[in-house]
Design a protein around this ligand. Structure first.
Ligand code: ZN
Length: 494
């Protein structure tokens, strides 16, 4: 019985060494004839490339090999089997497992594993070289001012490969840039386009969105430039060719638009940074409702200065109840809040951290509380170091600094003396003695991030009286209770 052969015919992706499927078949059939093989099937893998693992034809062949329906697979060239070494070897291994083999018409040595593996490695390297060549060619095109992407809205590709302006669409591109330059948000722009019956729809889509409007506003194609890469790890820097094709937006206007867009992003960041360290912790003294931290330049705000503003100030209905803040002036400036709150917290902490050990609450929770202070302490110590550093560098001088440092030392010494070592739990006492002086003396100098941590650690709640400009500080949560800080029952709205 002659060996049963399957012919695998695959088109190469490289044109230079390409052999048509028909001539591959002729050669393979001749090869089988001279060896007395019976051709039982011809597989033409026309659209699938060797480096793709999902290869339907190969899977079909492997299935037949497993059923012992095939003895030999004939290929024109091993590169037709697989360009990736690992895949080729996997296939060959499968064949060997079922006592079948692969023969290459143009490579009689293919049955020798060593030679085969070297050759497969070479084929893989070739494949990589081709990919590198393609990418080099794309960069070269970009350098000559020919974009490799599809022409965006407003352009089509001309006969020489360069982009040509589509005037009907270009007018709309200019309109979008005009709107953006005037400060319109992405949402305002895409709504303007979608609600205008005379506006053209985006290519390949029915509606304008924030995404495709943003893409239009950032695309350098519109200033007449072609930008290629960087994509992947191959290219360090993109290729930029200005004046590659007619601009729809003059370069100066395009860059101006980028500055407007970038400025908007910066403003968002600034606003975020200006959130207050007490945010979410201040309640209205008149009605008990939370107070909002309002930054005066936030869009839509008519309030002249940054302030705390009662949430229920403008509220008239809440479910079935009609509520509203009874305060005549439901806002309070930060200068009435920040300093007094800090002073109150430091005073309260001094009191609880200098108590005698027999008054120290449960050791476990107290130690846990101290552990949670670590982060605040790190920041607080850094603040002290910065203060000293500033003095040493000469950027901070004067009697006030000296007085402050001396006060810190005196305070530290006083705390050393007032926290006794002996007591119910010596460990707690030691911890307190080690930490309390630094914490309390440096705290008033600490920055908003440290204070935010302190406020969170002790569950600070501030009740602000907008009429008298006074504040009350209370504490909630486990830590505060463990340390014996004056707690607060949940403030309930009136
Ligand atoms: Zn209120």
């Amino acid at each position: 019985m002659p060996d049963r052969a399957i012919l695998l015919l695959r088109q190469s992706e490289t044109r230079d060494q390409s052999v048509s499927l028909d001539s591959q078949e002729t050669e393979c059939r001749r090869y089988c004839e001279t060896r007395g093989y019976a051709v039982v099937e011809v597989l033409r893998e026309e659209s699938i490339r060797g480096w793709q693992e999902e290869r339907v034809a190969i899977d079909a062949i492997l299935a037949r090999v497993a059923r012992r329906e095939v003895d030999v697979l004939i290929v024109w060239h091993s590169s037709r089997l697989a360009r990736k070494l690992r895949i080729a070897e996997n296939i060959l291994h499968e064949f060997e497992r079922h006592h079948a083999r692969v023969e290459s018409v143009t490579e009689p040595w293919f049955g020798t594993p060593f030679v085969r593996q070297v050759l497969a490695a070479v084929a893989e390297e070739q494949s990589r070289t081709i990919a590198a060549n393609v990418s080099a060619a794309l960069r070269e095109r970009a350098r000559r001012g020919i974009s490799n992407g599809r022409p965006p809205f407003g352009y089509r590709r001309g006969e020489d490969g360069r982009f040509v302006v589509v005037e009907s669409e270009a007018a709309q591109v200019r309109r979008v840039y005009d709107l953006a330059a005037g400060g319109a948000s992405l949402g305002m722009i895409h709504r303007a386009l979608n609600t205008d019956p005379s506006a053209l729809a985006p290519r390949g889509g029915a509606r304008w969105t924030a995404v495709n409007v943003a893409a239009m506003l950032h695309n350098p194609i519109y200033r007449g430039a072609v930008v290629h890469g960087p994509r992947g790890r191959h290219h360090a820097t993109p290729v930029v060719t200005e004046d590659a094709h007619p601009a729809i937006i003059p370069a100066e206007a395009w860059w101006a638009a980028q500055r407007v867009l970038a400025g908007r992003a910066v403003r968002h960041r600034v606003e975020k940074r200006r959130s207050h360290w007490l945010e979410g912790r201040v309640r209205c003294g008149a009605c008990g409702e939370p107070m909002y931290w309002i930054v005066s330049d936030r869009p839509g705000t008519t309030i002249p200065d940054d302030c705390w503003y009662c949430r229920s100030a403008n509220m008239r209905r809440n479910g079935y109840r009609v509520v509203g803040c009874p305060a005549a002036k439901p806002r309070i400036a930060p200068r009435w809040v920040d300093g007094p709150v800090k002073a109150a917290i430091v005073a309260d902490l001094k009191r609880v951290l200098t108590i005698r050990p027999r008054d120290v609450p449960a050791p476990a929770s107290a130690l846990a509380a101290l552990a949670r202070q670590q982060r605040a302490l790190a920041e607080v110590r850094a603040q002290r170091e910065r203060l000293i550093d500033a003095v040493q560098r000469g950027t901070l001088t004067g009697a006030d600094v000296e007085r402050r440092l001396r006060a810190l030392d005196v305070e530290a010494a006083r705390l050393e003396a007032t926290v006794p070592v002996e007591g119910r739990d010596e460990r707690i006492a030691r911890e307190l003695r080690a930490r309390a002086p630094r914490l309390l003396t440096d705290l008033l100098d600490a920055g908003p991030e440290a204070w935010r941590t302190v406020a969170a650690t002790y569950g600070v709640v501030v009740l602000a009286d907008t009429a008298t400009h006074t504040v009350q500080v209370r504490y909630e949560g486990e830590t505060a209770r463990a340390l014996g800080l004056p707690g607060v029952e949940r403030a309930t709205p009136v």
